[in-house]
Design a protein around this ligand. Structure first.
Ligand code: DNO
Length: 351
């Protein structure tokens, strides 16, 4: 198989061990990060070396980073942006020095992914992450003291308000401008050290609480890729994130960007979109949600995709407890399914 199968690992405190991961058939790469340094700080080389060695000891390769977080002041274009960009570039160089080939990041204001519940029980007793509009509507972070699950708890409510106001003033075009500045500084460094930067789409791909969101649809992905026309400026195409907007044709997008060789990393997972646009994360199988995962894999295979793939969020099953979306069992089932689809699609293509 050309694609490189990978698994996200949250480091030594992750209840999922490297031994667990190495026993998943076909597993090659570890996707991880340095977790003890805040955004804007320089990553320790000792930590990177330790991760590389630990992975090698388990027959795995630590070659994907998810994420080097982009400091809010870079996204907001504040005074210290040049200094922060220097640090960002230094972190890319350091990752490359220890074998990293792909770095994921996102350009979402304030919050990474947004859900209203992380443990919604399905009839079979499994739990998963969901976003229900009737739980979202009426919430106003400028007025209410809200804490949605998964949000960075290190912000105080007044810091969140200050950030939301600043992004409101910046608007979408302002955010594009700051993204452009980021890319023009960072991509040449990535090119130089053989790293592909892979932007993660906004999750979900539409505005939340009036915050600008720009990595959301085909038109905007085209615009993004044109800012710096280089393989080092690529996508982390997350099927579940793009897929929860009904207007996104994910298969078409995968086909198009794989053909252009601008997908460095695939996050493969399924979501079930409801009537009102709410969504539930489901098992990976096509029949469990709204995505046609086989068509997605075929689009990759038919375009010679040789980048990284990881099963994304799994449900919690078989009594497992741990980080929502990142347990072992359901992601391992996802990996097995993905392996099967790739084998089938590759054999089909050779016929
Ligand atoms: C969610 C992940 C995201 C992703 C970041 C990349 O589980 O896919 O948190 O890691 O958006 O920067």
């Amino acid at each position: 198989m050309n694609m490189k199968l990978s698994f996200r690992w949250y480091g030594e405190s992750d209840p999922v061990t490297l031994t667990n991961i190495s026993q998943i058939p076909g597993m090659r790469s570890i996707v991880s990060a340095v977790y003890d340094v805040k955004p804007g700080g320089v990553w320790g080389e000792d930590t990177l070396l330790r991760m590389k060695t630990l992975c090698e000891d388990h027959g795995l390769v630590f070659d994907v980073v998810e994420s080097i977080p982009v400091h809010e002041d870079i996204k907001l274009g504040r005074n210290n942006v040049d200094e922060l960009l220097e640090v960002y570039c230094e972190n890319i160089r350091r990752c490359a020095k220890y074998g990293v080939k792909c770095v994921t990041y996102n350009f979402m204001p304030v919050f990474d992914w947004t859900r209203t519940q992380l443990d919604k029980k399905a009839p079979d007793g499994s739990t998963s992450l969901v976003m229900y509009w009737d739980q979202m509507r009426g919430l106003d972070p400028l007025k209410d003291d809200i804490h949605l699950p998964g949000w960075d708890a290190s912000y105080t409510q007044s810091e969140v308000r200050e950030l939301i106001t600043a992004y409101g003033e910046l608007g979408e075009e302002g955010l594009w401008k700051n993204l452009e500045k980021f890319l023009k500084k960072v991509i040449p460094v990535a090119e130089e050290c053989g790293v592909r930067m892979a932007i993660h789409p906004d999750d979900p791909p539409y505005p939340i609480f009036g915050l600008p969101r720009i990595i959301t649809n085909e038109e905007n992905l085209d615009r993004f890729l044109k800012i710096v026309d280089s393989k080092a400026n690529s996508l982390c195409l997350c099927t579940g994130s793009l897929g929860c907007a009904k207007t996104n044709d994910v298969v078409k997008m995968v086909r198009k960007y794989a053909e252009m060789d601008r997908i460095a990393f695939m996050h493969i997972r399924n979501v079930k979109i409801m009537e009102d646009g709410s969504f539930e994360e489901t098992a990976h199988l096509s029949s469990c949600g709204s995505m046609d995962i086989y068509e997605i894999v075929k689009a990759l295979v038919e375009n010679g995709f040789d980048g990284y793939v990881r099963p994304d969020h799994g449900r919690m099953i078989w009594g497992e407890t741990g980080k929502p979306g990142y347990g072992l069992y359901d992601r391992a089932l996802g990996a097995a399914y993905i392996n099967g689809l790739f084998e089938a699609a590759e054999k089909e293509l050779k016929k």
